[in-house]
Design a protein. Structure first.
Length: 259
């Protein structure tokens, strides 16, 4: 009798998690209506809208849906080793510059095919250390954690149990790139999604994907703040570093490294 009562109570909690996820999603999709009256209308408030939409539409629903089956997702939060963290950090910094080359090639291909879209607007300029720190929190950390919980956590595990081979990795990467609604950034975002999905699949840790994502977002914010592009030589150097680090990250266990 007691076990039956406990089972019913757990079922109710799972239903509440699902309801909470739906409510959070609705709040995020309608934030422009109910939030406008509480926030000042200036350039910096764009960062607030970005963070809250990521949190309500993606982050909170992902957390609540994971809690419904926490035993399934708990292994994803194992602490990675220091060596892997260092390699992932180096990969994030180098790829943030190498991605410029990918984007240039992708845009050139689109234009050669007669596909022309206006370039997306940059994020608002930052003034002072406070705004910069808040921008890192709002547009780098919160989106990174929210998106990794949803895509490399919830969605990848869901698809892994339903697709054969490694199809889940490619499907998650494609959806990740598609839902950013950026034609010009699609190719770079697809490569990022592919790398992160492979990373989680290889190390069984969501923390590595979160670290990469936070650092990548932060570098993008810094580049936009400086309003300058790195040299071609530096971009190719970063591409070489990224490829070398990727080799070290994905080499087979027990294999001899080449450095």
């Amino acid at each position: 009798m007691t076990e039956q009562v406990v089972s019913i109570q757990l079922s109710k909690y799972k239903s509440l998690f699902l309801v909470g996820a739906v409510i959070s999603f609705i709040l995020g999709m309608t934030q422009g209506i109910w939030l406008r009256q509480f926030l000042p209308q200036n350039d910096f408030v764009v960062y607030v809208y970005v963070a809250l939409q990521e949190l309500f539409v993606i982050g909170i629903p992902a957390i609540l849906l994971m809690l419904r089956k926490k035993d399934l997702y708990k292994p994803l939060f194992t602490k990675p080793d220091t060596w892997s963290i260092g390699l992932v950090a180096l990969a994030a910094v180098s790829f943030s510059l190498a991605a410029i080359l990918i984007s240039v090639i992708w845009i050139t291909l689109l234009q050669s095919a007669g596909i022309n879209f206006p370039l997306p607007a940059n994020l608002p300029k930052l003034s002072g250390p406070f705004e910069f720190s808040m921008a890192i929190l709002l547009a780098a950390i919160i989106p990174a954690v929210s998106e990794e919980m949803m895509f490399r956590g919830l969605l990848q595990i869901f698809l892994r149990n339903r697709l054969s081979g490694r199809k889940d990795i490619f499907v998650v990467a494609f959806i990740f790139a598609l839902l950013h609604f950026s034609v010009h950034g699609f190719a770079a975002l697809f490569f990022i999604g592919l790398f992160l999905s492979m990373l989680v699949n290889r190390y069984k840790s969501l923390w590595l994907a979160i670290i990469f994502h936070i650092l990548y977002n932060s570098i993008v914010i810094i580049l936009q703040t400086l309003d300058s592009l790195p040299s071609v030589r530096l971009i190719f150097l970063c591409l070489g570093i990224y490829l070398a680090v990727s080799y070290l990250l994905f080499q087979k266990k027990g294999a001899n490294v080449w450095i």
